[in-house]
Design a protein around this ligand. Structure first.
Ligand SMILES: [Zn+2]
Length: 718
C-alpha cells in the first residue's frame, strides 16, 4: 500500500502521545508536542485540511500510584494536572484543535463501544492468569504497582514494561522477582480471570500494515522484529478500580475489572477528533470520514511506545473496522548536557522554568525541531541553545529581515513597485519544493532548514548586490534588489510558520499583510507583498553570555541539590507516556563479564569467555581514562540486592560509583583499599544513585583490581 503525496483530498489528523496526568511538563514532553504541532501546521501550509488533537491520559497505574503517594483521589489528582497541561501547551504555541482527556464521557463511551465490537467479533477471550498480589496491602499489583526483573533481558523492570532494558511491553505475570511498590514486600502470584485480545491473529495483517507505514524508520523496524519473534495475545483488563470498567461486567467476586490503560488511551485520539468535529460541525470536519473512512492519520509518539502504536493499536483498529494510521513518527530521546534527562534527579528543563525565564516559545521550537526533527535524539544545553538562537535566528534570519525591511521602509516606504526577479522567485520555488519533500518525508529538520537557508540566501543576495551603493547611480537596480528581498522576507514568514508561528505572525504584520500567516498557503510565498508597510523592528534578540552562564550554574546547582538531598526517592515518581528518563543501556552491572583481560594461567579455560578476535589500536586504549583510586566509603544501596555505593578518591576529586559487589565483598573492610577506576565512563543512574565511573574487577566474584607498588591516587594506568 503506498500513499498519495501530501496534500491529499482527504481530511488529516495529527495526534501526539498522551501525557500521563501525573507531573510537571518538561522539555522531553515538549519535544513531541512541538514536533507534532509543527508537522500539523506544515501539512496545513501545504493545503491539507488537518486537525491536531490530543488529550491527557488520566488512567493507569502511573497516575494511580502517584495519586496514592499524595493521598488524593486519582480523578481529582489527574484533573488538576490535565487543566495545567491544557493551559501550558498554548504557551508554546502548541495549538490543539481539541484537547480532551481519557476519563471524559466521549472517551468512556467510545472505548466501551469499541471493546464491545471486539467482543462481538470474537476477538476477546477469557483466560486464567497469575497476577501479582501484595498480601500485606491486600491488593493486586497491576503494572507499575510491581517491580522486578525483566524475563527477556534481566534488567530491572516495571510490571508492564522493561523501561531500563529491552523496552519490551510485559504482560501481567511475566515479571520475575516481583516486589510490591506499595509496601516493598515480595509479591505473590494469584490466579485471576482476565480478558485477552487476540493480537496473534493479526500477524499477517500487521506485516502488511508495516510495509505501507510512513513516518520514521524506527517505528517500522522494531515491530517487524517483534512480529518475527511471535506475537502474544494481549491482556486488556486489570484488577484496579481506577479506569474504564470493562463493559457489562463486574466479576463474580464483586472486584473491579477495568480496561488496561493502553486500550482507552489511543482511543482518545478518536474521541478527541470526535469532540472537535462536534464543535465545528461535521460539514467542516467529519471525524468518521477520518477514522472510519480514508483520512490521513499520523501519530507522533515517544520511542518507548512504538509497540503500542504499531502492534496493539492498528490491530484494534482493524478488528473494530476502523481506518489504519498512515504514519507513525517516533521521537528520539532528550539528553541535558549530554546526560540522560532525569526527572527524579531534577536534570530537566521544565516547561514553567523556560516560560519564567521569558524566552519566546519559538526559540525552543526552533531549537528542538531543527536539532532533532521528529526522530533524532536531542541534546539540550543552554549554551547550545544560545549558539543556535544567536547564530541562526538572530545572525541569519533576523539580520536579513531587519536590514532588508528597514532599507525598504526608509527608501520606498515599503515594497518597491517592480516585479520580483526570476532568480529570486526560482529560489523561493526551490524552498517550497524542499518543504514539500520534507513534510512527505516526515523530516521536520528539513522544514526548518529550508527557511533558514532562504534567509541565508537573502543575506548573500543583498551583500552581493549592495543596494546602498546603487540608490543614486542605478535606482532601478536598487529597487529590484529590495523588491526581491521583501519577497524573500514574505517567503520566510510563510515557510517559517510551522516552526516559529509567533515570529512568523509578527513578520506578517510588519509586511503589512492582512489576515494571519497561520492561514497562508505555501504558494503565498510567491504572491506580491503589500505596497506599504511601517518601520520594522528586530524580531529576534541575542542571548548574552552571562545569562547562559547563570542558567548553566542554576541547572548544575539544582542537580547537585537533588543528588545530595533525598537521593533514595523512588524513580517511579514521575514518568510519562513521552519518553524521558533515558538512562537506557547504561544500567549494566558495573563488574559483570567485561573483565576478560585477567584470566589467570591456571584457570580452566573452558569456563572463560573466549578472547576477542578484534584488536584495537593504542589510540583506542588511550581513550580509556583509567586511574588509581582508593575506596573511602562503601555501603549497600537500599532496595538493590547487589549494588553498593562507593566513594573513591582519585586524587583530583572523590567519585561516587555504583558497583555490583554488595553480595561479593564485606563492605566494611573495603575503605582504604586501592582500586583501579575507569574515570571517563558515562555517568549512569542506578536505583536513584548516580554512578560516576567504574571500578574494575575480574570475574564472577568481582575480584577488585589494585596496584602493588606505590602508585599515587589519580595516576593514570597506561
Ligand atoms: Zn528487558
Amino acid at each position: 500500500m503506498s500513499h498519495d503525496e501530501f496534500p491529499t483530498d482527504e481530511l488529516a489528523v495529527v495526534t501526539c502521545g498522551l501525557p500521563y496526568a501525573n507531573g510537571d511538563l518538561h522539555i522531553g514532553h515538549l519535544r513531541g508536542y512541538i514536533g507534532a504541532d509543527a508537522f500539523a501546521r506544515a501539512l496545513r501550509t501545504l493545503g491539507q485540511q488537518t486537525a491536531y488533537v490530543c488529550g491527557s491520559d488520566m488512567h493507569g497505574t502511573p497516575v494511580a500510584v502517584n495519586a496514592e503517594e499524595r493521598g488524593v483521589d486519582p480523578e481529582e489528582f489527574a484533573l488538576e494536572w490535565h487543566e495545567q497541561y491544557a493551559e501550558t501547551f498554548p504557551k508554546f504555541a502548541v495549538d490543539f484543535d481539541n484537547y480532551g482527556h481519557t476519563h471524559d464521557e466521549t472517551n468512556t463511551e467510545l472505548t466501551r463501544e469499541i471493546v464491545r465490537t471486539l467482543d462481538d467479533e470474537g476477538y476477546i477471550y477469557e483466560k486464567e492468569i497469575q497476577v501479582a498480589y501484595d498480601p500485606a496491602a491486600d491488593q493486586y499489583l497491576p503494572d507499575r504497582y510491581v517491580e522486578g526483573t525483566c524475563p527477556y533481558c534481566g534488567e530491572k523492570a516495571r510490571g508492564d514494561e522493561c523501561d531500563e532494558g529491552c523496552q519490551r511491553h510485559l504482560e501481567p505475570g511475566e515479571i520475575e522477582n516481583p516486589t510490591s511498590v506499595r509496601t516493598g514486600n515480595p509479591a505473590e502470584y494469584r490466579e485471576r480471570t482476565h480478558k485477552f485480545f487476540r493480537v496473534s491473529e493479526f500477524a499477517d495483517y500487521l506485516t502488511e500494515f508495516l510495509d505501507g507505514l510512513e513516518g520514521t524508520s524506527n517505528a517500522r523496524n522494531q515491530p517487524r522484529q517483534w512480529i518475527e519473534d511471535g506475537l502474544q495475545d494481549w491482556c486488556i483488563t486489570r484488577d484496579m478500580d481506577w479506569g474504564i470498567d470493562y463493559p457489562g461486567t463486574e466479576d463474580e467476586d464483586g472486584d473491579d475489572l477495568v480496561l488496561y490503560v493502553w486500550v482507552d488511551a489511543p482511543i482518545e485520539y478518536v474521541s478527541s477528533t470526535k469532540q472537535y468535529s462536534e464543535r465545528v460541525g461535521s460539514d467542516e470536519y467529519d471525524w468518521e470520514q477520518v477514522w472510519k473512512g480514508d483520512g490521513e492519520i499520523v501519530h507522533v509518539i515517544g520511542r518507548d511506545i512504538i509497540q503500542h502504536h504499531t502492534i496493539f493499536w492498528p490491530a484494534m483498529l482493524e478488528a473494530a473496522d476502523y481506518n489504519a494510521p498512515r504514519g507513525v513518527a517516533a521521537t528520539g530521546f532528550i539528553t541535558i548536557n549530554g546526560k540522560g534527562l532525569s526527572t527524579s534527579r531534577n536534570r530537566a528543563i521544565w516547561a514553567k522554568e523556560y516560560l519564567a525565564e521569558g524566552f519566546h516559545p519559538d526559540l525552543l521550537r526552533y531549537y528542538l525541531t531543527t536539532t532533532g526533527g521528529l526522530q533524532q535524539d536531542v541534546d539540550f544545553s543552554w549554551s547550545a541553545f544560545q549558539e543556535k538562537v544567536n547564530g541562526e535566528l538572530v545572525g541569519t534570519v533576523g539580520n536579513f529581515l531587519y536590514r532588508s525591511l528597514l532599507f525598504a521602509y526608509r527608501n520606498y516606504e515599503g515594497t518597491p513597485e517592480v516585479e520580483v526577479s526570476e532568480e529570486v522567485s526560482e529560489r523561493i520555488e526551490g524552498a517550497i519544493g524542499e518543504v514539500r519533500d520534507s513534510v512527505n518525508g516526515y523530516d521536520l529538520r528539513g522544514v526548518g532548514q529550508a527557511t533558514t537557508r532562504l534567509a541565508q540566501f537573502g543575506n548573500e543576495y543583498i551583500q552581493r548586490n549592495e543596494p546602498w551603493k546603487l540608490t543614486d547611480d542605478d535606482p532601478e537596480a536598487a529597487a529590484q534588489v529590495i523588491r526581491d528581498c521583501v519577497q524573500l522576507a514574505k517567503a520566510v514568514a510563510v515557510l517559517g510558520e510551522p516552526i516559529t508561528p509567533g515570529k512568523a505572525e509578527a513578520l506578517w504584520t510588519q509586511l503589512g499583510e492582512d489576515g494571519s500567516v497561520h492561514d497562508a498557503h505555501i504558494e503565498d510565498a510567491l504572491e506580491a507583498p503589500p505596497r506599504h508597510f511601517e518601520e520594522p523592528s528586530e524580531l529576534f534578540e541575542k542571548i548574552e553570555d552571562d545569562r547562559v552562564d547563570e542558567l548553566e550554574t542554576q541547572l548544575e546547582a539544582r542537580i547537585e541539590e537533588s543528588a545530595s538531598g533525598s537521593g533514595s526517592e523512588s524513580s517511579t515518581a514521575t514518568d510519562e507516556t513521552e519518553s524521558d528518563d533515558t538512562d537506557e543501556g547504561q544500567s549494566e552491572s558495573m563488574t559483570d563479564e567485561d573483565d576478560g583481560t585477567t584470566a589467570s594461567a591456571d584457570a580452566d579455560t573452558d569456563d572463560l569467555e573466549p578472547l576477542l578476535e578484534d584488536r584495537i589500536g593504542f589510540d583506542d586504549f588511550q581513550d580509556l581514562d583509567i586511574r588509581v583510586g582508593q575506596i573511602e566509603t562503601a555501603e549497600g544501596i537500599e532496595g538493590a540486592d547487589d549494588l553498593a555505593r562507593l566513594e573513591v578518591d582519585i586524587g583530583f576529586e572523590t567519585r561516587q560509583v555504583v558497583a555490583g559487589i554488595k553480595q561479593l565483598h564485606d563492605l566494611d573492610t573495603l575503605p582504604g583499599t586501592k582500586v583501579v577506576l575507569l574515570a571517563n565512563m558515562e555517568p549512569a543512574e542506578l536505583f536513584g544513585v548516580e554512578s560516576n565511573g567504574m571500578v574494575l574487577a575480574a570475574g564472577e566474584e568481582a575480584d577488585l583490581l589494585t596496584t602493588h607498588g606505590d602508585a599515587e591516587l589519580g595516576e593514570k594506568v597506561r
